[in-house]
Design a binder for this molecule. Structure first.
Ligand SMILES: [Zn+2]
Length: 291
């Protein structure tokens, strides 16, 4: 593939760190559901108020961690409005257990992140990938929370109808989408190793592919060592080809009890990226490079 990318300061490849904020509270039914599913006593324990320190609220942990290495990331906030179908329990996870984006607790953390140099972007609700009204509304609501323009979006579940979703996102005023990637695998989908412009070079709308998503990585490579080996392969490939590695780590997985090793691998990704001399940027920084 003949692409010539130049990353700042002569860096050989780049890493874009991102977080999707799906859930921020572990509800009692999450605890029960996961206990029944996995049989792990830990989940029952989180049902009892005494032990509940809300394992799904990890903003402070992530900020501290990234601060330690002098890097920043993009946080995609969800504003789910999907109504459940009462007689179809399969739809429940798509409708229940989310959060209200105008909840003072959420508003506070969004502002804190924004002021600290993190990027705030829209995590498009489940049906929004084909709904211009939802895209516009969700952008507007988040902008009113943060107090300035939002330029980016990633669709929940990486829902994507190509090219319809990109056309609608652009029409809604977004400048980039970060939904292009694998749900059940990691690596460069369609060998897109750097961001691309789906409507041609004259148009600034950018697709920033997602390379490594936490759940997909551990789905395919459940053991820590094999997961890490796969990441190293991706890094080596990226280094050789000047690629952008976009990393998606859900906000709620930074609790070691429920997601053993997930937070640790995220930190190793940053350390290894620094060791190999990668350029780090948020999605907005990447967009600015390609504009
Ligand atoms: Zn999501």
């Amino acid at each position: 593939m003949a692409v010539n990318v130049e990353w700042p300061e002569g860096k050989k490849f780049a890493i874009c760190l991102t977080h999707d904020v799906d859930r921020v509270d572990k509800k009692w039914w999450h605890s029960l559901y996961y206990f029944l599913k996995t049989g792990r006593g830990y989940h029952l324990k989180t049902l009892i108020t005494k032990y509940r320190q809300n394992p799904y609220w990890n903003f402070g942990r992530i900020m501290e961690l990234e601060d330690k290495y002098g890097v920043r990331s993009t946080f995609f906030f969800l504003n789910e409005s999907k109504k459940p179908q009462i007689f179809n329990p399969k739809t429940y996870p798509l409708s229940f257990g989310y959060y209200n984006i105008t909840d003072p607790k959420i508003v506070e953390i969004i502002k804190l992140l924004d002021e600290g140099g993190w990027e705030i972007a829209v995590h498009g609700s489940y049906d929004s990938y084909k709904n211009i009204r939802l895209l516009k509304e969700e952008k507007k609501t988040l902008e009113s929370v943060v107090g300035h323009e939002i330029i980016g979006i990633r669709q929940h579940y990486l829902n994507l109808e190509i090219p319809t979703t990109w056309r609608l996102q652009k029409e809604a005023g977004f400048k980039y989408d970060a939904s292009f990637g694998y749900r059940r695998d990691v690596g460069f989908r369609k060998n897109k190793i750097i961001p691309f412009k789906p409507f041609g070079d004259e148009d600034d709308f950018l697709v920033i592919p997602t390379t490594i998503m936490d759940s997909a990585l551990f789905y395919k490579y459940p053991a820590f060592e094999s997961a890490w080996r796969r990441i190293l392969e991706i890094f080596k490939y990226a280094e050789k080809n000047g690629a952008l590695v976009t990393v998606l780590w859900h906000q709620r997985v930074f609790n070691e009890n429920e997601f053993p090793g997930w937070g640790r691998i995220y930190e190793k990704i940053i350390q290894e990226g620094i060791r190999r001399g990668a350029w780090f940027g948020t999605c907005r920084d990447v967009y600015e490079r390609f504009k």
